[in-house]
Write a protein that binds this ligand. Structure first.
Ligand code: F6R
Ligand code: MN
Length: 196
């Protein structure tokens, strides 16, 4: 029998402006935390000399650690660009590679860059208010804000998923989403690097 009283607050209020979920632990990522994530390192360093803005916050809740438990987080990703590349999250694989995730878009406009590990397939899937994105297992995922207001979403994933940031830190995503003539285009990192 489940003891419901152990889940002190079953329903949580959340705030899509501040990114706050009542009682949740908050991780804040500033521009300086994202060294190595953007394709244009010169643009990154020069932006950082100007200021070190908050790029995104994630408020996470981990109600239980059992096999069938779920964890979830509210992400708020600010609008902006480094060079031509839109603001983004670090991105990760789940440490337990089988673990999938569901993203529910609450506010703003953007996408999730998905990269399958072994087949090497990349895809940008729209994430915006009113969309739901399924992130399969074995797939690296990175949120990207292509709009002019914060991109706000909830991600729900197995409690045992874990987060592997190391693989992305080592080789980054193969594709970059940059603005060309006012529109987002998905290009090979190597091709973009050759033009910088
Ligand atoms: C959790 C998840 C999201 C991200 C959030 C921030 O598994 O995918 O809640 O944690 O979008 O991105 P990262 O964790 O890559 O800094
Ligand atoms: Mn995830």
């Amino acid at each position: 029998m489940i003891d419901l009283s152990q889940y002190a607050i079953l329903a949580r209020g959340y705030d899509t402006t501040t990114g706050e979920i009542k009682g949740a632990a908050v991780v804040r990522r500033w521009l300086s935390d994202l060294r190595g994530s953007f394709v244009d390192t010169q643009a990154f360093e020069s932006a950082l000399r100007q200021s070190d803005p908050l790029i995104y916050t994630v408020s996470s809740l981990e109600p239980g650690k059992g096999q069938g438990d779920l964890h979830y987080g509210l992400g708020v990703l600010m609008p902006g660009k480094i060079g031509a590349e839109y603001y983004l999250t670090k991105g990760h694989f789940h440490a337990w590679r089988e673990a999938a995730e569901v993203y529910i878009g609450l506010r703003g406009t953007g996408g999730i860059l998905l990269e399958e590990q072994s087949a090497g397939e990349s895809q940008i899937v729209p994430l915006a208010a009113g969309t739901i994105v399924y992130v399969p297992g074995h797939t690296a995922h990175r949120s990207i804000n292509t709009g002019h207001e914060p991109l706000v979403y909830i991600g729900v994933y197995p409690a045992s998923a874990g987060h592997d940031y190391g693989s992305i830190a080592k080789q980054n995503f193969r594709k970059v989403l940059i603005e060309r003539d006012g529109h987002p285009v998905l290009l090979d990192r190597t091709d973009v690097l050759a033009t910088i």
